[in-house]
Design a protein around this ligand. Structure first.
Ligand code: PMP
Length: 359
């Protein structure tokens, strides 16, 4: 057994994997695997419907919103959002908080005019902009933010006031990790491979009226309205991924829902940040304290040589997936919903012990 701190694809709850294994060869007495079944079958339609219903319920949303299961990752959403919602002669506002927001901006810029409503780039993406630093254009077609920057390890803890402008969030790395005022958003999207299930499914949750506002001048496959109308069965869906996502949503409910997970996630993050803060400068946290991510704990070691030794010794001790993203280096511990308090505590103890030996 290892403690898996991968950033995504990431660990899944063992109970979810065991359940999928138990019914892999014979799904509910059908004599075949869910992997082998038509997406038009009654069994798959039940999976598709229950997953949508549970996701809305976990987010506290009613049927003014619709859930879509798409493919192409969150990266396709970087392109689909402006294609659907940024008409010619309009401008979209983006809040730049790290590497993922940058990617979203770059794709939107290919489609239309982008305005940067706030940026923390000059400071090395260590903070989330304060209300005073955010300047939303009154005519913006929408405002886009990245709720948790997976690479830099900064996370929004208070949503910006964007007036009556539609707010769109990339929540790939923190969806369902804490209670959320989801109704503040016109649209939320997330790749599933961190908190929701396996890679290959992308979740979109959006207001129905907003989803259907896109022009029909873009190809059908790229239009949200196409998928909304077909209940995510416009074409062959990533059915096994949606099934695993459903098992994960049931697991979240069984664990007590987002409120319980939020408390657990806060505790896990606090344990790791305490190991950083109490190391007398041996570990240097990347994010400014108020903007620290509860999902991706990013830090460096004061001595670069120690960093390599840290990663090697951690791996030998069973802590895997800790190398920071190749673009920024350092260490990153991703502690999504399925990471236990025990796992986070074991890593914090390892960190403290390592610092005592090397410090
Ligand atoms: N946004 C965020 C916040 C992410 O963490 C990632 C993936 N790590 C992406 C977007 C891109 O997702 P995908 O690889 O599913 O396209």
């Amino acid at each position: 057994m290892v403690y898996n701190f991968n950033a995504g694809p990431a660990l899944l709850p063992p109970a979810v994997l065991a359940e999928a294994q138990a019914e892999l060869l014979d799904y509910h007495g059908t004599g075949m695997s869910i992997l082998e079944m038509s997406h038009r079958s009654a069994e798959y339609e039940a999976v598709n419907t229950e997953a949508q219903t549970r996701l809305l319920a976990l987010l506290g949303l009613d049927d003014a919103y619709q859930v879509l299961f798409l493919q192409g990752g969150a990266s396709l959403q970087f392109a689909m959002v402006p294609m659907n919602f940024l008409p010619p002669n309009a401008v979209a506002d983006y809040i730049l908080t790290g590497a993922w927001a940058e990617k979203a901006v770059a794709e939107a810029g290919v489609v239309g005019e982008v305005r940067i409503a706030a940026s923390t780039r000059a400071g090395g993406y260590r903070t989330i902009p304060s209300a005073a630093e955010i300047n939303v254009a009154p005519h913006a077609a929408y405002v886009h933010l990245t709720s948790n920057e997976t690479i830099h390890g900064v996370q929004w803890h208070q949503w910006p006031d964007v007036g009556d402008r539609p707010l769109i969030a990339d929540m790939s790395s923190d969806i369902l990790s804490r209670p959320l005022e989801a109704e503040r958003f016109s649209m939320i999207y997330a790749g599933a491979q961190k908190n929701l299930g396996p890679a290959g499914v992308t979740v979109v949750i959006a207001r129905r009226d907003f989803l259907n506002s896109a022009p029909d001048t873009i190809p059908a496959i790229l239009r949200y309205a196409t998928h909304a109308k077909a209940q995510s069965l416009y074409h062959t869906p990533p059915s096994f991924g949606v099934y695993l996502l459903l098992l994960t949503l049931r697991w979240i409910d069984a664990e007590g829902g987002v409120a319980a997970l939020g408390e657990r996630n806060t505790q896990k993050a606090a344990t790791l940040y305490a190991a950083i803060d109490q190391s007398a400068g041996f570990y240097l946290g990347h994010a400014a304290v108020p903007d620290r991510s509860l999902m991706n704990v990013t830090f460096r070691l004061a001595q670069e040589a120690d960093e390599r030794a840290f990663l090697q010794e951690a791996e030998a001790a069973g802590f895997v997936g800790l190398a920071g993203h190749r673009s920024v280096g350092g260490i990153r511990a991703s502690i999504y919903n399925a990471m236990t308090i025990e796992g986070a505590t074991a890593l914090a103890d390892f960190m403290t012990n390592f610092a005592q030996r090397r410090g």
